[in-house]
Design a protein around this ligand. Sequence first.
Ligand code: G1P
Length: 282
Amino acid sequence: MKAVIPAAGLGTRFLPITKAQPKEMLPVYDRPAIQYVVEEVVQSGIDDILIITGKNKRAIEDHFDRSLELEISLRNREKEEYLRKIERISSVDIHFIRQKEQKGLGDAIYCARKYVGGEPFAVLLGDTITVAERPCTRQMMDIFFEVEAPVIAVEEVPMEKVGSYGVISYREDEKGLFLIEDLVEKPEPGEAPSNYAIIGRYLLTPDVFDFIEKTRPGKGGEIQLTDALRLLNRSRQIYGFKFEGRRYDIGNMMDWLKSTVELALADDAVREELSAFLRDVV
Ligand code: G1P
């Protein structure tokens, strides 16, 4: 299976940090956000990845490329621990393609059409980091192999936050899977069909591309993936599942800050000192 990671957004919410660097390279504790996403893919057993980039995204390509100079320098200075860290990053096979115009997430995914071919594929958005014993993408794959239909990871969010997400309406089957009835991109307050939000992990079938083609601009004047899935769901059942694990939303400044603190606190190497520091400051 292949994985597609769209990374073409402008990162407006993070200006001025993102003026000259992609938002996907924002550090979240000890690594750039997109590295967590690539690690989730690899840990799920997928080794063929396409990252969809746009303008000003060179740093992402450099990050996953080998840096021989750096490797030699670290080896000479016997910095083995750092050497292992950077060698691990560049050991994955990653392809890049550019979205030529900012026309929305649906359009970005459409750029992967040729690369994907006729096979099912995973989509992971960089706004979300997941931490789980069985990686989120692996959980989706396991369900996909059972139901042989598109699968979307969802999570319950507070009602006041539904306007930031794609939201589903559903019926639950006897196994606890959600049979999706409809999908709405960023509903207005009071119009959300539930408080189950799409978290940015999808297992899609290649017929989705035909529906992206038919999708007119929606929220924000962009071609929305949620709208294409809404059309797809009318021709075949899409499944939703409650992802088991922790999700970190890094799509806005406050949640990004919280994620950095939480992920740092999860690391034994810094937990004690950081906790004491935070208590002190607060
Ligand atoms: C995108 C999707 C939305 C989804 C969200 C998850 O929105 O369009 O349906 O719920 O990612 O993070 P964005 O956050 O890119 O505006």
